[in-house]
Design a protein. Structure first.
Length: 284
């Protein structure tokens, strides 16, 4: 190792030390999606990051979606994906595919990459995510809103040293399964666990003042400023539900929430253990 590399490593470790102390024995919730879930190299980097966090005593919960795999499963049976306001319209046949892909293929493939430290769960297990059918201007079918989060199974897994890997399928009081938005689920799980941090991985650098210019990244945003930023059009489109999820988490008692760039390898470690972070941090 060259002298310059030794100095760089020493600086990085010195910078990381107070953050390791800050998060040790605390819970963080990572919402996993976007390109980091499709690109194999990025996927490996994410799993390495989570294993490292687990090994240094940070309680990690991974909440995942699986949009591309669900779309692929639907194509195999001759169905196209339909979305209204960013939510997948989920009829009974689509719900079957969601369960097969999300709780089956996607969940177990992620657990396998965690080399014995992951434990695969879905929101139906142990009554974790009690939900009800979403109502509103449209009929999304079997799309649910969370009514209650039961954390017993998650906490048991964490106390046993595992990384819970949660597929966002819930059930109502009659046992009917529902598809739940992964951002929403991650935020509500973070609140229920009194998490220290929520990290949402996306395909952008974070919240941009000009969405066409990644040099306009807003590194820190107070949740009190979100309404004004939305009125100004800075928070718009697909960023709205992600920001709302972070804001709801912080207002619900989570210390801080971040939207980070999942296209950058090891962006979780950069966000957790560096002064600069790796995206936009939302705080009170």
């Amino acid at each position: 190792m060259h002298q310059s590399q030794i100095h760089a490593l020493a600086r990085a470790m010195g910078e990381a030390a107070p953050y390791i102390k800050k998060y040790q024995n605390r819970t963080i919730v990572v919402k996993y999606g976007g390109n980091a879930m499709i690109n194999e190299e990025l996927k490996q980097a994410v799993m390495q990051d989570l294993l490292l966090l687990n090994q240094i005593g940070i309680r990690v919960v991974l909440v995942h979606g699986g949009g591309p795999e669900i779309a692929q499963g639907l194509k195999l049976i001759g169905k196209e994906s339909v979305f209204i306001d960013g939510l997948r319209v989920t009829d009974r046949e689509t719900m079957d595919v969601v369960q097969q892909m999300l709780a089956g293929k996607v969940n177990k493939s992620l657990v396998a990459l965690l080399k014995g430290r992951g434990i695969g769960l879905c929101g139906i297990d142990g009554g974790m995510l009690l939900c009800e059918k979403r109502t509103g201007a449209a009929d999304w079918g079997f799309v649910g809103d969370i009514v209650r989060v039961d954390t017993h199974l998650i906490e048991f897994s964490l106390d046993s040293g595992f990384i819970p890997v949660i597929a966002t399928i819930g059930a109502d009081e009659h046992g009917t399964p529902y598809n739940i938005n992964a951002d929403t689920a991650a935020g509500q799980i973070a609140v229920a666990l009194n998490a220290a941090k929520l990290v949402s991985m996306t395909d952008t650098a974070g919240l941009l003042r000009d969405r066409h210019d990644e040099n306009t990244l807003m590194e820190r945003v107070s949740v009190n400023d979100i309404a004004a930023l939305t009125e100004q059009g800075i928070i718009a489109g697909g960023m709205i539900p992600k920001v709302e999820c972070c804001a709801d988490a912080v207002r619900g008692g989570v210390d801080e929430a971040a939207i980070i760039d999942g296209r950058v390898a090891h962006s979780i470690l950069l966000e957790m253990f560096s002064h600069k972070g790796s995206g936009t941090l939302f705080c009170r």
